[in-house]
Write a protein of this length. Structure first.
Lengths: 474, 105
């Protein structure tokens, strides 16, 4: 093995370098110089994002523990874009006086969780996968409890940490059963040594499935989602709902397609039931929320149900639609969260009834939020429509007609609650609407990138075709 | 290996530990005890890996390595969890989950 082959880990190495540089900057500055940390972190991360798009060789390292393929590199680039937007959007909140002293902690811990997700996506065996998963979740709990002086933030942190500890325990128990029956923890060896439907191996797959369902917040395991999303700071909520969920969905899909391909009929049955439950319950609970973050939490549960429609087909088309949908979902959800975080950073308000009459005072923000919600609901001119349409096509190709029908019905239900904030902003009258405020340039930039992405990507079919050319089916 | 004890006995112990952990996680009301329950789950998995490695696949080391990493990660998890629990105690003056309920449906 030569040193050049380590360049297969380029995404991880560059990100690690950024973390180390930030640590040095944190040590080398005193309290009055802390204002350089934020620009430094954003510039380093932007460089890292650009370097990520350079062409990368395919290959594997450490005897197959770490794999780099084109689709994996694409997934990492998508996550990078999302994190870059989040960094821009959290600028105002991070530079508030009470957060000034802990700015660098925020960046360092956030980048470490992203590093964990990268290792998790590239994993070629269960050990690397598990370590990546834990690097991705444990620091996230610390970030959820970032507002040390708020009760809700502490509560969100402990809820996230304990439920993810339970879920990774269950997942590990499944992995230990697989190890016991096959004698290996490498994905390639395991999938070869599966022979028939051994009950204990099916059981192991169910344990694995439920462990991952916690991370993606599918329905029987979704109870932590709303509380954690409400209590955590807005930037962390958006990180949890797009980046963390997207990475978990990617790795879930890869492992189902490579390791558990023999059990496809079993997991397709389970997934049909769970997808129906997830979409329906996510939508129905979203109807009665008034807090914007809680509302977006249930909306993201429902979106996770739609993601399953692409995974269930088990084809290369299905994988491509999932990656494409998550790309669109990152842009549209981040536009929605961008507006919510701007409103909460400037005025401290975060409920739907506070939006009443906002169109009169802040027309641009209202339009941005409207577009984002249209995209989440799947209304044609915006990209969300194409994402959902492709997912439904992928599932229909494999004859999951009933599932697609229920998904369509759910889309209609979701239209109602996605239009509730729109109605509040444009139609409802209010005595004291949110007063006009001028948004700072950096938050504007973050919002603008996500809105442009949301509008443009739906029409850019080369993006989808490029992704499709990298994908693989069962 | 110990005379008279075979793999089934140890696997029964580890399975019991796992489900005691899950039960404790769901039933206990004190945050520290819930944390202990998750440690029980992780330790049950560690025992599983070590025993399977020793009895069924003695010529490879993957199971031992996995359990070493599980122990290290469990320690990291406990460190973060206790830090957050201390913060919860400072905010709420209690670590009973029934009183830590600012957010509910």
């Amino acid at each position: 093995m030569s040193f050049e082959s380590l360049l297969l880990m380029r995404h991880e190495l560059v990100l690690l370098l950024a973390i180390v540089l930030l640590l040095i900057a944190e040590i080398g500055t005193n309290d009055s110089q802390k204002s350089i940390i934020s620009p430094l972190a954003i510039i380093l991360f932007a460089l890292h994002t650009i370097v990520g798009f350079l062409p990368l060789q395919e290959g594997s390292l450490f005897g197959g523990m770490f794999n780099t393929t084109n689709i994996v590199a694409t997934m990492k680039n998508i996550l990078n874009l999302g994190v870059l937007i989040i960094l821009l959007q959290s600028w105002k909140w991070l530079n508030a006086t009470e957060n000034r002293v802990k700015v660098s902690e925020f960046y360092i811990v956030l980048f470490s969780t992203l590093l964990g997700m990268f290792y998790m996506i590239s994993a070629g065996d269960f050990l690397m996968f598990y370590i990546g998963l834990e690097i991705a979740t444990i620091p996230l709990a610390a970030l959820a409890a970032f507002n040390r002086h708020e009760n809700k933030s502490a509560e969100a942190g402990i809820k996230l940490l304990l439920s993810s500890a339970l879920s990774s325990g269950i997942l590990l128990y499944g992995i230990s059963m697989i190890y016991g029956t096959t004698g290996s923890i490498y994905f390639a060896e395991i999938s070869q040594s599966f022979k028939g439907f051994e009950p204990i191996q099916v059981m192991a797959m169910i344990f694995f499935f439920s462990g991952m369902a916690f991370k993606i917040s599918l329905v029987p395991f979704h109870l932590w989602t709303a509380d954690v999303y409400e209590g955590a700071p807005v930037s962390i909520t958006s990180y949890l709902s797009v980046i963390s969920k997207g990475a978990a969905a990617f790795v879930f899909m890869i492992i189902l397609f490579t390791v558990f391909k023999l059990f496809t009929p079993v997991w397709q049955d389970m997934m049909t039931a769970i997808a129906i439950l997830t979409m329906t319950i996510g939508n129905l609970f979203a109807l009665r929320q008034n807090n914007l973050k809680r509302y977006l939490a249930f909306s993201s549960i429902a979106q996770a149900g739609f993601i399953l429609l692409g995974i269930i087909s088990g084809t290369a088309t299905g994988m491509a639609t999932v990656v494409y949908f998550i790309l669109i979902y990152i842009f549209s959800n981040l536009s929605a969260f961008g507006v919510v975080s701007i409103i909460s950073a400037y005025t401290g308000k975060d409920s739907i009834s506070d939006l009443n009459g906002m169109y009169k005072t802040n027309p641009k923000l209202s339009l941005a939020l409207t577009l984002a919600l249209f995209s989440l609901a799947g209304i044609p001119p915006v990209a969300g429509f194409f994402g959902k349409f492709f997912l439904f096509t992928a599932a229909a190709e494999k004859d999951f007609y009933i599932l697609v029908l229920i998904a369509l019905l759910n889309t209609i239900v979701s239209l109602y609650y996605y239009l509730m904030p729109v109605k509040a902003m444009f139609i409802n009258k209010s005595e004291s609407p949110i007063a006009y405020f001028k948004t700072d340039k950096i938050s504007q930039l973050g919002l603008a990138i996500s809105i442009i992405g949301m509008v443009v990507i739906g029409f850019a079919s080369p993006v989808y075709e490029k992704i499709l050319s990298f994908c693989f089916g069962i | 290996m110990i005379e008279g004890i075979d793999i089934t006995h140890i696997l029964i112990v580890s399975t019991c530990m796992f489900f005691i952990g899950v039960y404790g996680f769901l039933v206990r009301r004190n945050l520290i005890t819930i944390l202990m329950a998750t440690e029980l789950i992780l330790n049950a998995v560690s025992i599983n890996f070590v025993v399977l490695n020793k009895f069924i696949y003695p010529d490879v080391l993957q199971g031992y390595m996995f359990s070493v990493f599980i122990i290290a990660i469990a320690a990291a998890e406990a460190a973060v969890a206790i830090a957050i629990i201390i913060n919860v105690y400072r905010r709420y003056r209690t670590i009973n989950v029934e009183n830590v309920h600012d957010m509910k449906y």
